[in-house]
Design a protein around this ligand. Sequence first.
Ligand code: ATP
Length: 292
Amino acid sequence: MILTKTIKSYAKINLYLNVGAKRPDGYHDVESVMQQVTLFDYVTVLRDTDTTVRGVKITCTDRLVPSDDRNIAAKCAMAFLDKYGIDSEVSVSIDKRIPVAAGLAGGSTDGAAVLAIMNSLFDVNAPMDELCAIAAKLGADIPFCLIGGTCTASGIGEILTPVKTPVLPYHILICNAGHGVSTPQAYAKLDETPVTEPVPSMQDVLTSIQNGEMPRNLYNSFERVILPEHAEASQIRRDMLALGAEISLMSGSGPSVFGLFTDAEARDRAKAAFDMKGILAMPCEPVIKKIK
Ligand code: ATP
C-alpha cells in the first residue's frame, strides 16, 4: 500500500543575528530572533508499506540541490528510519520555491518537513523535543523549522525559546539577487573581520515584537562581511527603504535581503518595482504560532 503526505515547508528570516567569537570546538555562539515566513517549498513523502529494505529516494525540482544522500531532507529521512529501526523505503520529492543558499533555511525546512511527515506516516508520534534532537544533529536551523513561529535562539543556535507574539504589524518582501553564499565561508570571513559597529541589544527587537510593534533595532553580524562583496544585495537593501520599507536587513548569511512594510499595498508596489528590474522579489507574511 502507498501512503503519502505533502506539506508546505516554510522559510525563515532573522530579525536579529549576533554571531559571537569562534569557540575552541569550532562552533560560534549566536543570539538570534528567528521568524518563520509563508514563503515555502512543497515537500512530499511517500511510504510504500510493501518495502522491507531501509532506504531513501529523493527528487527535487531545482538542479542546484543535490538529489542524493547529500540532500538535507534525505539525511533527515534516513536519520528517522535509523532512530526508530524502520526497515522501509521512502521517496521524498521537493518542489523548490525557496532560493537555495540564500540565508532562508531552505534546506533545513525541507528536512524538518520530512521529519514531521514521517512522524505521522509511520505512526511514531514522537514528541517535538525528540524530533528536535534528531534534527539538531543534522543542521542548526532544522529544530527551529520544526517549531516554527517566532523563536529566540542561543548557545550555538540549539537553545530555542518560542516567543509569544500578538498579530505582527508588518508585511514582508524578500529579494534575492546574485549568487548563493556558503554559510561556512561566511562564518570564516566573520572570524577574520573585527566588529567595529556598536551591536544593538536583542532585547529591543523582542520587546517591540511582543508589544505588537514594528520590530526595532534589527541587526545581522553577517552584513558587515557579505554586503561589501555583494553589491546587488547592498543595492536591494537601499532600494527597499526607498520603496517604502520601514526596515531592511539581510537574512542569515545572505545574500537574501528582506524589507518590512506597514502597508501591504506599498509592499506589493515595491515587488512590482523589483520585478521591473528583473530581481526576484517574494512577498510573504510572518507565520504566527499560538503558544499556550
Ligand atoms: P541557512 O539559512 O540555514 O544557513 P541557506 O538558506 O543559506 O541555509 P540552503 O538553501 O539550506 O542554504 O542550502 C545550503 C546548501 O545545502 C546548498 O549548497 C544546497 O545545495 C544544500 N542542500 C542540501 N539539501 C537541500 C535542500 N533540500 N534544499 C536546499 N538546499 C539543500
